[in-house]
Design a protein around this ligand. Structure first.
Ligand code: C5P
Length: 461
């Protein structure tokens, strides 16, 4: 193979090379190497020529999200994610793993992001420009989408053998993961343990959702969250106090109802109000104007929320109607289905002979009443379905019967500990699909629901 040194070139050519190298922030040798590889049709070199970050392209302190694209088929959705983020005025800087570049090209990422992605830990040019430490420190938030099982395993164990994992190890910023993988990989014990480690480090997750996999015939939990869901979750993390639900009027019911039998006794249920209150608080933090109609509970009033306290189902219905109009209504209260036909004004006394008979009549169904409204129906009406068997089937029927848009169904069998407990496992039933959410705290469920509501409202507009 012929050998050639820069010194052997004529002065005019050397001068042009020096100018070109200086413009691109490279040494003359590197510039020559790049030109030769490009001329030889080496695609990586071409990508390097066109994708090498140019010094000073983005002011160092410009607020932006760092998007790390991992190597999975869902990477194609990350192109739309970049577009959606930029539509909302959020600047995006991108790091792609080597595997991500097998699914989508740096060229298309660069075109959408408005600047070339960073590709290689040992790329002298990106080191010259920002380097992995600055990539890790400058963004307002780091989003990993798709977050592959491999990338999450590296994160959980502190490996840093490529640019993406080095940035993730070197950062002190909030990290939002959008996992995407085959359901068997998601359910594998190793992945479960890694997720637990990452959660303990306060890493945030959006998804994965349940649905069809790209492998034909496979379905389960593992689909990456949709770009708008990721955007909503990112916005929530970027601006938890104002944001995705700014300007939205929201109504939430929460807690049990107490149906009086006499002045001292009542019919009730085990609802704690934790889930409904968490939803009201998360919506208020996301900027919504929230009215919470609450039955008797022992949890504190959420901050920034207008709380209306009621006792019985009929009082709850009246308070809900008074709080309308609303854009979104979430009916999380466990309303008593029946009340006593006659509410004794005096305490019922033991007679020593016969036990009193309690005749019951049905309470109004608040959710169904509001969802069936011809005028003034909120745009999005969301109910809950607490079931002890055939959870999803019953929820699907309820969705139709009560005319609501979404049902969050959960299994409240005593062994689940959900009623009154701190965690919840939700199945989100809509007219089109059923999504199984992973077990989460009630606060996480509230945040996920707020993100979904924000995504749905922005889709409609
Ligand atoms: O029929 P079921 O009680 O399972 O329905 C649960 C859903 O309906 C919840 O969203 C609950 O808040 C709502 N509901 C209501 N008024 C009732 C009964 C239930 O708003 N009387």
């Amino acid at each position: 193979m012929a050998s050639l040194t820069v010194r052997q070139l004529d002065e005019k050519l050397k001068k042009r090379l020096r100018l070109r190298a200086a413009k691109n922030g490279r040494s003359v040798e590197d510039e020559v190497r790049t030109i030769l590889r490009s001329a030889a049709g080496d695609e990586a070199a071409f990508a390097e020529v066109s994708a090498a970050p140019k010094p000073g392209r983005k002011p160092a302190d410009a607020p932006h999200i760092l998007l790390i694209i991992g190597g999975g088929i869902a990477a194609y959705k990350s192109l739309d994610l970049i577009r959606r983020l930029r539509e909302r005025g959020i600047a995006v800087r991108v790091v792609m793993t080597a595997a991500a570049q097998k699914f989508i090209t740096p060229l298309s990422v660069g075109a959408l992001a408005g600047e070339h992605p960073y590709l290689d830990l040992f790329d002298a040019h990106s080191e010259f420009d920002v380097g992995h430490i600055r990539l890790a420190r400058e963004p307002a938030l780091i989003v990993v989408a798709p977050a592959t099982a491999d990338l999450m395993a590296k994160m959980a164990h502190g490996l840093a053998d490529d640019l993406a994992s080095a940035v993730l190890l070197a950062t002190d910023k909030t990290i939002l993961l959008a996992p995407a993988m085959n359901p068997l990989m998601w359910n594998n014990g190793a992945t479960r343990r890694n997720i637990a480690l990452l959660k303990a480090e306060d890493v945030e997750l959006v998804g994965p959702n349940r649905g069809e996999m790209s492998e034909s015939g496979e379905a389960g939990v593992g689909r990456m969250a949709e770009p708008l869901e990721i955007v909503a979750a990112a916005q929530r993390l970027l601006a938890p106090d104002s944001g995705v639900l700014a300007g939205v009027r929201m109504l939430v019911t929460s807690g049990p109802t107490h149906e009086p039998i006499d002045p001292v006794r009542y019919i009730a249920n085990r609802s704690s109000g934790k889930q409904g209150h968490a939803i009201a608080e998360a919506a208020a933090r996301a900027g919504a104007d929230v009215t919470l109609v609450s039955g008797p509970v022992n949890v504190p009033d959420p901050r920034g929320v207008n709380v209306v306290k009621v006792e019985s189902a009929r009082e709850m219905l009246a308070a809900v109607e008074a709080a309308l109009p609303a854009d979104v209504a979430v009916f999380a209260a466990a309303v008593a289905d029946w009340r006593t036909a006659a509410n004794s004004r005096e305490k019922i006394k033991k007679t020593g002979k016969q036990s009193p008979e309690l005749a019951l009549v049905e309470n109004p169904d608040i959710l169904s009443t509001i969802a069936h409204r011809k005028a003034g129906r909120p745009k999005l009406v969301i109910g809950f379905a607490a079931e002890t068997q055939h959870v999803v089937e019953h929820a699907k029927q309820k969705l139709i019967r009560k005319a609501c848009d979404w049902i969050l169904a959960n299994d409240v069998s005593p062994e689940t500990g959900i009623m009154g407990g701190d965690s919840n496992t939700i199945h989100l039933v809509t007219a089109k699909s059923v999504e199984d959410w992973p077990p989460q705290s009630k606060t996480e469920v509230a945040a996920a629901l707020v993100a979904r509501i924000a995504a749905a409202l922005s889709e409609r507009t």
